[in-house]
Design a protein around this ligand. Structure first.
Ligand code: AMP
Ligand code: GLY
Length: 423
């Protein structure tokens, strides 16, 4: 098969790597890709938002399966456009992708299907929202409804903070159209975990759970990023808990959407908070998590291409995957300054000295004068698997220590919760 991967981050490198190991795969293409993906795939310089060009590319190159990484092309209808031309694509339709594209929509589905989540209120105008915030209980959480690159969620300790947040979202429009609606949510406490499910719209396969590290600094301090590292499985997500999540979250969501005539096919990501009263959904994403996917895929033994084709064609056979024993850790190396401003074009050294059982997934990298240079905030995801989480962490950091570039920054405490739990 010819497989096209859409995207150019660490998640897409991990997907391309996993796809390259399938006996079904003949050739991989990636749009736009990066310097690491280029080792596995023929990269085409097409922006992920250029739906027309992507469909043309898929037709011209006889693509048998398109795998869409980021949310933006999904919410722009890439899967719909490919399907219309008779091409097979893994990912939800534009309508189904609204579970990530609109938080208010996702909340309304959760309420309708009885899925455990934080209590909330939705607002389309600033004045009623402001009245509500005057009387609300603090801390609370306010969220811009639409896609805001993970920045549209504000945890507010006081009324002043909340009113300022409301101002930013609805009046100053810091997040553009994403702030046309706003939701105010009850603050949940507990440990977070991500659960990803592959689905054909009816049957569901859960992947190993994972835990992301969103804050930029050690100890989970500082501003949120796209994710500074991840590990899988997350010990907080016990087999019993995973069963509960399957039964109280994924089954009602997938069956519910199907019964509404919006079958969800592809990967559905549930960001969970494990509260004292059980697991509750923080958010749904319509795509693989990044960096979670970099940690998860090395643990999956089952052929991913097979699974994705079955999902796309609505004929998923099995409801579980075969897994490798042990744990996997991904440490993100970022450009100094990220998630704020940072410089690009720094030469990355040491990539040739990494042990064969450690994988360095590229995110923001490109080739310049025959050298791999930095080209984004998150640069590399250094990923190692081992029989124990402790050993996986050691292996990943040993490899990180061999890689250098000007201003390289990484957290030294990826996996700290799992280690603490073990102790
Ligand atoms: P989201 O994009 O909705 O997952 O929110 C991003 C982050 O904000 C989550 O990973 C949580 O750390 C935090 N968050 C979101 N909603 C809540 C909530 N209701 N209670 C506590 N923390 C939350
Ligand atoms: N790592 C968080 C996300 O992919 O949404």
């Amino acid at each position: 098969m010819n497989v096209l991967v859409v995207g150019g981050g660490g998640r897409e490198h991990a997907l391309a790597w996993k796809i390259s190991r399938s006996p079904y795969t003949e050739k991989i293409f990636c749009a736009p890709g990066n310097a690491g993906i280029a080792d596995l795939a023929e990269c085409a310089d097409i922006p992920v938002t250029d739906i027309k060009a992507l469909v043309q590319f898929a037709e011209r190159n006889s693509i048998d399966l398109t795998v869409v990484g980021p949310e933006l092309p999904l919410s722009l209808g890439l899967v719909d456009a490919l399907t219309k031309r008779g091409l097979t694509a893994f990912g939800p339709t534009k309508k189904a992708a609204q579970v990530e594209g609109s938080k208010a929509y996702a909340k309304s589905l959760m309420v309708r299907f009885g899925i455990p989540t934080a209590a909330y209120k939705e607002f389309t105008k600033p004045d009623p929202a402001s009245d509500y915030l005057m009387k609300a209980v603090y801390p609370c959480v306010i969220k811009a409804d639409g896609l805001a690159e993970g920045k549209g969620v504000l945890i507010c300790d006081s009324r002043e903070q909340a009113l300022d947040g409301l101002d930013r979202i609805m009046r100053r429009k810091d997040f553009g159209d994403a702030g046309k609606k706003l939701i105010v949510e009850e603050m949940l406490t507990g440990e977070e975990a991500s659960v990803l499910a592959l689905t054909d719209g009816e049957k569901i396969v859960l992947l190993p759970s994972a835990q992301d590290h969103k804050a930029v600094f050690e100890g989970d301090l500082g501003p949120n990023t796209g994710g500074m590292g991840a590990y899988a499985p997350a010990p907080v997500m016990t087999p019993q808990m995973l069963k509960t999540v399957r039964e109280t979250v994924f089954v009602p969501m997938i069956q519910g959407m199907r019964s509404m005539g919006i079958p969800y096919r592809g990967v559905l990501y549930a960001g969970m908070m494990i509260t004292p009263s059980g697991p509750k959904v923080l958010e749904f994403n319509c795509r693989f998590g990044d960096p979670e996917t970099q940690a998860i895929l090395p643990l999956v033994k089952t052929d991913l291409v097979d699974l994705m084709i079955e999902c796309a064609e609505g004929r998923l056979k099995n409801e579980s995957v075969e897994l490798e024993a042990g744990s996997s850790v991904c440490v993100v190396m970022a450009s100094g300054g990220y998630p704020g401003s940072y410089e690009k074009g720094k030469v990355i050294q040491g990539l040739g000295s990494i042990p064969a059982d450690v994988r360095v997934f590229h995110a923001g990298t490109r080739m310049k004068d025959g050298k791999v240079v930095t080209a984004g905030g998150r640069v590399l995801g250094v990923t190692a698997a081992a029989e124990s989480i402790g050993r996986a962490i050691e292996k990943a950091y040993q490899a990180v220590g061999r890689i250098t570039f000007d201003g390289a920054y990484y957290r030294r405490d990826i996996g700290h919760r799992a280690l603490k739990r073990k102790r």
